[in-house]
Design a protein around this ligand. Structure first.
Ligand SMILES: [Zn+2]
Ligand SMILES: [Zn+2]
Length: 324
């Protein structure tokens, strides 16, 4: 990735506050006019439960002293505020409106067509939803981390993913004392949520009437992902437990679900940063991407090396990107 050419904040037009404010107003307006009440209620439920879970884990991390001594910086907090506001009020409503609008145009007769299936096949549909959502998410994340592809157009697309994903791997200060914490889950720069096919897929599920399946599946994924980013080490202790039965059970579980030790390795500054692409279902890392790694020790250094203005300017980090 190319280094920012100077240390000045980005002057990109999208970085100007009035653009963000205008987008905010437009998105809220579009969502209020075009999204049905049921969609808005489930989206609200998703947001309230996720934020409450953030609250519980943040209090625990704070109580345990996991923010002290440079483990978390004020910039990390600022980016949490910016990212959470943006994804909640701009990008996620925009994706819902776009998908619902497209479906109204293309398949108006199918609105709510699968709703009746929820009664009899809820758990099967939920499993299918989670497995497909995770596969789509993991696939794009793998593409963002993997070696640059040869095809010219695919390479351009990959540059977009690489540049847009970068911010998620920037946390802590330049003293390398930073560690991972729950709030980093949502710290992604603008354009990343819209580039995730699983968000579009989830919105399509709601158009087809599978509101409950989406709400439970998306929440399970969200709550589990927040727990994976949290500064927890119970799983490392179980992986290194003196009793071999406990160790082996934990190791088996790590092959099925992603635990904090795995996602913390993904956020390390090491070879393992290109491992563990999933944030919920580890089976894909293990069998499909071949990127499965577990660890009984904490990464020595967290977060990628920061360059130029991204070291100390939250808006620059959020809005700027280098596609080269
Ligand atoms: Zn990543
Ligand atoms: Zn992460």
């Amino acid at each position: 990735m190319k280094t920012a050419s100077n240390d000045q904040p980005s002057t990109h037009w999208l970085a100007r506050p009035f653009v963000g404010l205008a987008l905010f107003v437009v998105c809220i307006g579009l969502a209020a006019v075009f999204l049905p009440r049921q969609q808005s209620e489930y989206a609200m439920l998703f947001t309230v439960v996720s934020i409450s879970w953030f609250g519980v884990i943040v209090l625990w991390e704070w109580y345990q002293g996991r923010y002290a001594n440079g483990r978390k910086t004020s910039l990390d907090w600022q980016l949490f505020g910016i990212s959470l506001t943006w994804i909640t009020f701009v990008e996620r409503p925009l994706i819902f409106v776009a998908v619902w609008g497209l479906c109204y145009l293309l398949i108006p007769q199918h609105i709510g067509a699968w709703q009746y299936l929820q009664q009899d096949y809820f758990w099967g549909l939920l499993l299918a939803y989670v497995l497909i959502d995770e596969l789509l998410h993991g696939g794009v994340h793998f593409f963002a981390h993997t070696r640059r592809v040869k095809n010219r157009w695919l390479a351009k697309l990959q540059s977009y993913y690489k540049a847009t994903h970068r911010m998620h791997h920037l946390h802590g200060g330049t003293d390398d004392k930073g560690q991972l914490s729950a709030t980093q889950t949502i710290c992604v720069s603008w354009g990343w949520p819209s580039s995730l096919p699983n968000y579009w897929f989830g919105s399509f599920f709601t158009y087809m009437g599978l509101f409950e399946v989406w709400a439970v599946g998306a929440l399970a994924k969200s709550l589990w992902g927040i727990h994976n980013h949290a500064n927890l080490d119970y799983d490392r202790k179980l992986l290194a437990h003196p009793n071999s039965i406990v160790r082996n059970i934990m190791l088996v579980l790590c092959h099925i679900l992603v635990f904090p030790n795995q996602h913390h390795e993904h956020h390390s500054r090491s070879q393992n940063s290109a491992k563990n692409m999933q944030n919920f279902i580890a089976i894909y890392d293990w069998l499909l991407w071949k990127t499965f790694v577990v660890s009984t020790t904490r990464p020595k250094i967290y977060g990628w090396r920061q360059k130029g203005a991204e070291r100390d300017n939250a808006f620059y980090r959020f809005f700027h990107r280098d596609f080269k």
